[in-house]
Unconditional design. Structure first.
Length: 350
């Protein structure tokens, strides 16, 4: 497969825009191949295996008791929290069942297990899908400590300006805080009554916090418990960040006034990550980001089958299709962050 080093926006000038007919044609191809059909058997097996692994982790936690070996349990629990979050993500996109109600039931349950607000996340993620990499409308670009474009760089002041200046070096350390950020943002959404099912989400969140803290401090000594929480929450944040960061960071940003149609807006701002079945598992299917953005309700196991169809379709229309291997994707992200922070390093000391 082809992986281009050109700026993806170069594909716009050479690609004829035919009033949305390109995406309609691609939809017919994807639908005809049956790639939008539900895969309930896959998800039932996936959910059951995840829950069995989570239950096994809890049993091991109690059996090991007050020991520093529990840090390995904390690391594995971080992996399981991310895998559970992937299921919640798929439910939010209606990838599992046909009806919104059935998907929401799975979504609320999984969000409750990891301690985040399902409704808050769905609203935030829907805004991202509607406006990927848009400087003003994509909430994933609204991160105070980071700047993803030169325009954002110019708005930073004080400590945030210093952080943006050195953001390439701070990026991965900052991910250690992402887990706690998800908890705090969820609690804030509940507190400010920004959710459709506020009391359900409040109950799930309180139960999660109560069970989690009671179990940790009941089984472990206070000092070990604190370290356990830091390791678990930190690694969960890193894993979550490393799963989502390769998808759009370092790709072109958009602003109001662009003339890209839906297909080009989604393809040119997204990046696929190659690597085979282990990458599919590790990233929860998010490595097929182009296909996921074009068809958000496509079940996760169908994304890899859609990739070749989408890649060929884009190549025939001279639309740049960006993909690379996992480590290269992180290198692209860090180079982009370093380049965006360059004006601050050039104009300020330190």
């Amino acid at each position: 497969m082809h992986s281009s080093n050109r700026s993806p926006l170069q594909g716009v000038a050479t690609a004829p825009q035919r009033a949305g007919s390109d995406f309609a044609e691609l939809c017919r191809t994807i639908t005809g191949a049956g790639l939008l059909d539900r895969r309930r058997g896959y998800y039932v097996a996936k959910i059951l295996l995840n829950l069995l692994a989570l239950a096994g982790t809890c049993v091991a936690f109690v059996y090991i008791g007050n020991s520093w070996w529990q840090l390995f349990t904390a690391a594995f629990l971080a992996l399981m929290f991310t895998q559970l979050s992937f299921i919640g993500h798929d439910a939010g996109h209606k990838q599992i069942f046909q009806t919104r109600r059935a998907n929401d039931l799975v979504g609320y349950a999984h969000a409750g297990l990891v301690g985040i607000s399902y409704g808050w996340w769905v609203n935030k993620h829907s805004s991202h899908h509607a406006n990927p990499n848009h400087e003003d409308k994509d909430p994933d670009l609204d991160i105070p400590a980071l700047a993803f474009s030169l325009r954002q760089t110019g708005t930073k002041q004080g400590l945030l300006r210093w952080m943006a200046k050195h953001q390439a070096f701070l990026f991965f350390p900052l991910l250690l805080l992402e887990g706690m950020n998800l908890h705090f943002a969820s609690a804030e959404a509940v507190w400010r009554n920004q959710l459709k099912s506020r009391w359900l989400e409040a109950g799930l969140f309180v139960v999660h916090v109560a069970v989690y803290l009671t179990a940790v401090f009941l089984v472990l000594s206070p000092g070990t418990a604190v370290v356990f929480i830091v390791v678990h929450q930190g690694l969960w944040g890193v894993y979550m960040g490393c799963s989502f960061a390769p998808n759009h960071k370092g790709m072109p940003t958009l602003s109001d006034g662009h003339d890209l149609d839906f297909l080009r807006k989604q393809v040119l701002t997204s990046r696929d990550v190659r690597g085979g079945p282990w990458v599919d598992f590790a990233l929860g299917g998010l490595n097929y980001q182009i296909e996921h953005h074009l068809f958000p309700s496509m079940p996760r196991p169908n994304l890899r089958h859609a990739q070749q169809l989408v890649h060929t379709f884009c190549s025939e229309r001279a639309i740049t299709y960006s993909q690379c291997r996992l480590l290269s994707s992180y290198a692209h992200v860090l180079r982009h962050l370093h380049a965006v922070g360059a004006p601050l390093r050039a104009t300020t000391p330190g």
